[in-house]
Design a protein around this ligand. Structure first.
Ligand code: NAG
Ligand code: NAG
Ligand code: NAG
Ligand code: NAG
Ligand code: NAG
Length: 332
C-alpha cells in the first residue's frame, strides 16, 4: 500500500531527470524495494527482513517527499497578471486562506482595516467569499494592528494592538492559545512598511513553516526575518536582511527566500531577495501590475502557490513563476 502511494511520484521525478544522478539513485532504490516487496509475501520473510524492509520503505518515503518539496521549490522569476476576486471593504485590509491544511479546506478569512479591528469573517469557500455569503464571525479577544496576519494550520497569527506581542488564535476552539512578545520588535507605527498603517510586524508562511518580518532598534530599522515555532511562538532563528523596512512596500516568503517590493504604489517591483539558505541577498527586478495603486497586504500561500493582495479595497491574486533548481551535489 505504502509503495503504491509512492509510484505516482515517479513521473514527477522523471520530469527533472536532466538534473539528477541522485534522482536516478532514488529510482533504483524504489525499483529495488518494489522488487523485494513483490517477491515473497510477508509470511515468507523472516521478521528481521520484514522490519528492515519496513525501515527502508519509511526512509525512502521521507526522502522522496522531501525531494518533491524541493523540486516544487524555486526562485521567483515572474508574477502573472492580477485577477480581482472581489471589491470589498476599506482601502486597507487583509484576506487569506490557510497556508498548511489540505486543499479540501478552502475557507477564506477576511479582516478589514488595519487598526484595532477584532472582527474576522470566515467564508466556507472562495465562491462564498466572492458572493459574500455563508460566513461566520470570530471576535478576537485582543484587537490587531497592521495587516500582516497569517492563517497557519487552523490558527490565526497576528500582532496585538500597541504591542510587539504575537497572538495565536485557534479558530476551532475560538480562543487565543498563545501570546508572546517578539524580542525587541518595533511596533505602534515605529517601523511600518512604506504605506504606514501600523504594519510593523508581518507574519507569513512558506513551504517550511511560520515566519515573522519586523525590525528592531539594534538592527537600525533593517528588516529582520525570524523563523517561529508555531506552538510556542518562540523565535528559533533570525536573519538580518540589511533592507530598510520603511523603504519596503511589502514582503513575502517563497521557499526560504524573502522577496521585498520597493513600493506600495504604481510601478512597484519585487526589488530585493534574501535567501535564508545562504544568508545572502541580491537585487531583483521583477515587475508586476499594481492595478489599484495601493497595496496594503501581500502574502504568498505555499499550498496554492499564489500571491494574495489587498489593493485599495480589492482582493486580488497573482500566480508566480518559479525557476526550479535541483542541486544534485547535496543529498536528498
Ligand atoms: C539495487 O539492487 C542491486 C542488486 O541487488 C544492487 O546492486 C544495487 O546497489 C541496489 N541499488 C540500490 C539503490 O539500493
Ligand atoms: C497541524 O496541526 C496538527 C494537529 O492539529 C498537527 O498534527 C500538525 O503537525 C500541524 N502541522 C504543522 C505544519 O504545524
Ligand atoms: C502609540 O502611538 C500613539 C501615537 O501615535 C501614542 O499616543 C501611544 O501612547 C503609543 N502607544 C504605545 C504603547 O507606545
Ligand atoms: C493561475 O494559474 C491557474 C492554472 O493555470 C489558472 O487556473 C488561474 O486562473 C491562474 N490565476 C491567476 C491569478 O493568473
Ligand atoms: C549544492 O549543494 C552543495 C552541498 O550541499 C553546496 O555546497 C553547493 O553550494 C550547492 N550549490 C548550489 C548551486 O546551491
Amino acid at each position: 500500500q505504502q509503495m503504491s502511494d509512492l509510484l505516482p511520484l515517479l513521473p514527477v521525478l522523471d520530469q527533472f531527470r536532466s538534473d539528477s544522478r541522485l534522482i536516478a539513485a532514488l529510482r533504483a532504490e524504489v525499483a529495488n524495494v518494489s522488487l523485494e516487496l513483490g517477491w515473497p509475501c510477508r509470511e515468507e520473510l523472516g521478521p528481521s527482513t520484514h522490519e528492515e524492509l519496513q525501515q527502508r520503505l519509511l526512509l525512502l518515503q521521507a526522502r522522496l517527499h522531501a525531494c518533491l518539496q524541493r523540486l516544487g521549490c524555486g526562485k521567483l522569476t515572474g508574477v502573472s497578471n492580477p485577477i480581482t476576486v472581489r471589491a470589498s471593504g476599506s482601502r486597507f485590509g487583509s484576506w487569506m486562506s490557510d497556508t498548511v491544511t489540505p486543499s479540501a479546506d478552502s475557507r477564506v478569512w477576511y479582516m478589514d482595516g488595519y487598526l484595532r479591528g477584532r472582527r474576522v469573517l470566515e467564508f466556507r469557500t472562495l465562491d462564498d467569499f466572492v458572493a459574500g455569503q455563508n460566513f461566520i464571525q470570530h471576535l478576537l479577544p485582543h484587537p490587531w494592528a497592521g495587516t500582516g496576519h497569517v492563517v497557519f494550520n487552523g490558527s490565526l497569527f497576528y500582532n496585538k494592538y500597541q504591542s510587539n506581542v504575537a497572538v495565536k488564535y485557534h479558530f476551532g476552539s475560538r480562543s487565543a492559545l498563545v501570546q508572546r512578545s517578539l524580542p525587541g520588535a518595533g511596533y505602534n507605527n515605529t517601523f511600518p512598511y512604506s504605506w504606514g498603517g501600523f504594519s510593523d510586524i508581518d507574519f507569513m508562511a512558506d513551504e517550511s513553516g511560520l515566519w515573522a518580518v519586523y525590525t528592531t532598534q539594534q538592527n537600525a530599522g533593517n528588516i529582520v526575518l525570524s523563523r517561529l515555532d508555531p506552538h510556542s511562538l518562540e523565535v528559533l532563528r533570525s536573519w538580518d536582511t540589511g533592507y530598510p523596512k520603511r523603504s519596503a512596500g511589502e514582503s513575502f516568503l517563497i521557499c526560504g527566500t524573502l522577496y521585498v517590493t520597493n513600493s506600495h504604489l504604481a510601478g512597484a517591483k519585487v526589488y530585493f531577495a534574501y535567501d535564508t539558505g545562504s544568508s545572502s541577498s541580491e537585487h531583483t527586478d521583477i515587475p508586476f501590475h499594481n492595478q489599484y495603486s495601493h497595496i496594503s497586504m501581500l502574502d504568498y500561500n505555499p499550498r496554492q502557490r499564489v500571491l494574495y493582495t489587498w489593493n485599495n479595497g480589492h482582493q486580488v491574486v497573482y500566480n508566480v513563476t518559479l525557476f526550479h533548481v535541483v542541486n544534485t551535489s547535496g543529498d536528498i
